[in-house]
Design a binder for this molecule. Structure first.
Ligand SMILES: Cc1ncc(COP(=O)(O)O)c(C=O)c1O
Length: 385
């Protein structure tokens, strides 16, 4: 929890803003890279989670590659100094100019999500006079036991290619001259907290690798995506996610014949180091007795609660009251779903108090919008407080 002294120094910044704990980010990067090194795993950072330049600088320092979801994310990674040879690019709807840009930059792999996309990559690579490495994103039909809004690996999902479809066109894929199948790729969802799900993932991957090998497909890497969840309920109990457990599960269950194993973590790397600091504007009570605290942040700074019903732990960091009350924390946007929490118990909270909305480092700022013509929030870093 932020000390009262730090909370008071935050008052010099105009709210709402993101506050990033740089020491915690370093600890997280230290943990993920040191445990991954034990197994020789390759880690890409899913830049969609947060593309703040200072954060990218640190991530680059620790030697991670990058996982991108658009041409502009590839550009952002390259402009931030990441080597194209460590960049992977997935996404169901890559535009032609984005594919061309990625090919021209010589990125490590484009992870293809449909047969038609493979054909387009081959044709654009041919027009560039290049052979592009691709990963085949397979839809493994696994329930990741997470929020349905962020589940990407079930049979009916828009992501990936079904294994049956892939196999039915394998000879055609092998015949294409301007792509090289360099690996396979899977990503089954985000905020996965039931780690045994990764055992099911390994079992699927083992069978896919074995069958594709038996069908004569010569490929290298196996990219098992990201998805490791964080503790949104009690972030102080688990500030650094349990990378050791997930890597140990993968190491015990994945049998891919010595192929390099890649991961693409976003949330697990940056969620806990960020919080959204917001000021209380008004208090009011509805006719039914609901006590509203209206803050100066909204879904335009942090959309996860409104978009997915996601939970974030909220604290009042400046109230000195010993008395407590139960509040609904509402944002400023003209949308009824712009509610951060429907029932949080806080010390008596009033105009001018500062609240922190925790675990907001991932998919917070990167999803911010200018709806209602709000300004985009600033970033404040613990190492320059
Ligand atoms: C292909 C792919 N890889 C990695 C990620 C990162 O997921 P997470 O932030 O849960 O680690 C995502 C998230 O949407 C994704 O779509």
């Amino acid at each position: 929890m932020l000390s009262r002294q730090i909370a008071e120094t935050l008052r010099k910044h105009r709210t709402p803003f993101y506050l990033y704990d740089i020491d915690l980010l370093r600890q997280t990067l230290e943990s993920v890279t040191s445990v991954a090194a034990r197994y020789g795993y390759v880690i890409h950072y899913a830049i969609k989670a947060n593309f703040d330049p200072h954060i990218l600088e640190l991530i680059k320092e620790y030697g991670l590659g990058v996982d991108c979801a658009s041409g502009n994310e590839v550009r952002c990674a390259i402009e931030a100094g990441f080597d194209p040879s460590g960049i992977v690019y997935a996404g169901v709807g890559k535009r032609d100019h984005e594919i061309r840009y990625a090919i021209e930059q010589g990125i490590f792999a484009i992870n293809a999500e449909s047969l038609q996309e493979i054909e387009v990559i081959d044709s654009i690579a041919s027009s560039c006079g290049k052979v592009q490495s691709i990963g085949l994103r397979v839809n493994p039909d696994i329930d990741p036991k997470t929020n349905k809004c962020i589940d990407t690996g079930q049979a009916d999902s828009k992501f990936g290619i079904s294994y049956e479809e892939l196999v039915s066109r394998l000879e055609w894929i092998k015949s294409l001259k301007n792509i090289k199948v360099a690996g396979i790729h899977l990503h089954i969802g985000s905020q996965i907290r039931e780690l045994h799900v990764f055992e099911y993932l390994c079992a699927k991957v083992n069978s896919i690798v074995e069958h594709l090998g038996a069908l004569g497909l010569d490929f290298g890497f196996v990219d098992v995506g990201g998805g490791l969840g964080v503790n949104y309920d009690l972030p102080e109990n688990e500030p650094v996610p349990n990378f050791a457990s997930v890597f140990s599960i993968i190491n015990s269950h994945l049998k891919v014949g010595g192929r390099p194993v890649h991961f693409e973590f976003g949330r697990a790397i940056v969620a806990q180091c960020g919080e959204l600091i917001t000021s209380v504007l008004f208090n009011k009570t509805t006719a039914s007795g609901r006590k509203l605290v209206i803050v100066d942040a909204s879904m335009t700074e942090l959309i996860r609660p409104a978009l997915y019903g996601a939970y974030h732990n909220i604290e009042n960091i400046t109230s000195r009251s010993a008395e407590h009350a139960r509040y609904t924390i509402a944002g400023t946007a003209c949308e009824s779903t712009d509610i951060f929490d429907e029932g949080v118990t806080l010390p008596l909270t009033s105009r001018g108090d500062l609240l922190t909305i925790k675990s907001a480092g991932a998919y917070g700022m990167s999803m911010a919008s200018r709806y209602n013509l709000h300004d985009l929030p600033a970033a404040v870093y613990s190492d320059s407080l």
